[in-house]
Design a protein around this ligand. Structure first.
Ligand code: GN1
Ligand code: MG
Length: 363
């Protein structure tokens, strides 16, 4: 990014802000976009400024149209339900002075939304927050279930398409661009072994028995804002909200929320599955999602955690093989470390598959 404070304030000046901003500070820790929050003279934060990663979200117009459609749809649902404090329950994006949903400075793309005062993200889950998170992501999908087909596009084409991710992986193996293939042969074999079993959704879709739905596609718990008392305010990070296969949203939560270790844990012994978190998440999710899920989709839910963990293993290893061109890394072998930690999690999930199946079966 590299903009000076003055340049960032100038970018903010392109948007229709009501209040004066005197400073900006880095905020959050995403792997893709850069996020900043504004500070005013009293030291308060009113706005979030985001630099859109244009290399990854290549169609910014489509991206911003999606986000606009999603937030206005949710806003209408909240109004119809008689909700109060709606600006705290859905993100509010501010237009530029010439009425656009983003600003292009000749090089980079920017957008601004309101900072929700007193909101916080949590990284450590407990059974209470896992249940709340399940309800929040199920409710999010439920509110968007009636968006007509064709309104939302794929902001990253084939984002959670397993066949496509394996194709990219095979391309990376062929090219061996960073000369790292030798070192990862064990992982390659493990990935190949599971490839067919992990492409069920694409197959069912082709056969016409599984339809696409609007998914959030990044259901980490830190993509939910909570208030000071631990109540859910809203779901954030809407870049990847798009039509896709239903398992994305339960799957990515299992991958992130039910892991007792870190996504990139160096110590693989830390990586285990917390089934209590899974059970409470699944209970919350089913409460809000059961109305739109088909019996076939419900049956597939436990498989979703394995699928999304497998997919992330494949994506991290692909990036490692390509020479770290996609994810921000913090050490030279970071993508390999991430791959090994995700693969360990996959093995743990496989070991607990029947236990997790039984948990879902009770709902
Ligand atoms: C990326 O930037 P962040 O952390 O929200 C990625 C997700 C991955 C995640 C892995 C657009 O999300 O798909 O699951 O890293 N987002 C994109 O931590 O690729
Ligand atoms: Mg994200």
């Amino acid at each position: 990014m590299g903009q000076t404070k003055e340049q960032l304030l100038d970018i903010l000046g392109q948007f229709q802000l009501e209040d004066k901003v005197t400073d900006v500070k880095p905020f959050g820790d995403g792997h893709i976009n850069e996020t900043l929050k504004t500070i005013d003279e009293q030291g308060n934060s009113k706005y979030i400024l985001q630099h859109i990663n244009h290399a990854i979200f290549t169609d910014v117009e489509l991206l911003q149209n999606n986000i606009h459609a999603v937030t206005t749809h949710i806003r209408k649902k909240l109004e119809a339900a008689g909700e109060k404090e709606i600006d705290r329950k859905v993100l509010t994006f501010l237009p530029t002075k010439d009425g656009k949903s983003y600003y292009f400075d000749g090089d980079s793309y920017w957008r601004v939304c309101l900072y929700i005062a007193g909101s916080q993200t949590i990284d450590e889950l407990n059974v209470h927050s896992a249940y709340e998170a399940g309800k929040a992501f199920g409710n999010f999908q439920s509110m968007l279930a009636d968006i007509p087909d064709g309104v939302l596009g794929e902001t990253i084409p084939n984002f959670h398409n397993m066949e496509f991710r394996l194709q990219q992986f095979n391309d990376a193996l062929q090219a061996n661009a960073a000369g790292r293939l030798e070192e990862v042969q064990d992982l390659v074999a493990e990935i190949n072994k599971r490839a067919e079993a992990m492409c069920i959704q694409e197959k069912l879709y082709r056969e016409g028995t599984l339809k696409k739905r609007i998914n959030h596609c990044d259901t980490k718990v830190n993509n939910i804002l909570f208030d000071k008392d631990g109540n859910v305010l809203c779901v954030i990070d809407l870049d990847t909200v798009m039509p896709g296969f239903v398992l994305s949203d339960i799957g990515d939560f299992i991958r992130t929320g039910c892991n007792t270790g870190a996504e990139d844990d160096e110590n693989l012994d830390n990586v285990k599955v917390n089934t209590e978190i899974f059970e409470t998440y699944a209970r919350g999710y089913m409460e809000t999602a059961k109305d739109f899920l088909t019996p076939q989709e419900i049956k597939l839910l436990p498989y979703g955690g394995r699928l999304l963990t497998y997919m992330q293993t494949v994506r991290f290893l692909t990036d490692y093989l390509n020479g770290d061109t996609y994810y921000k890394i913090h050490s030279p072998k970071h993508n390999l470390q991430r791959t090994r930690a995700q693969f360990k999690l996959l093995q743990e999930l496989e070991a607990k598959a029947s236990e997790m199946d039984a948990i879902i079966a009770q709902f």
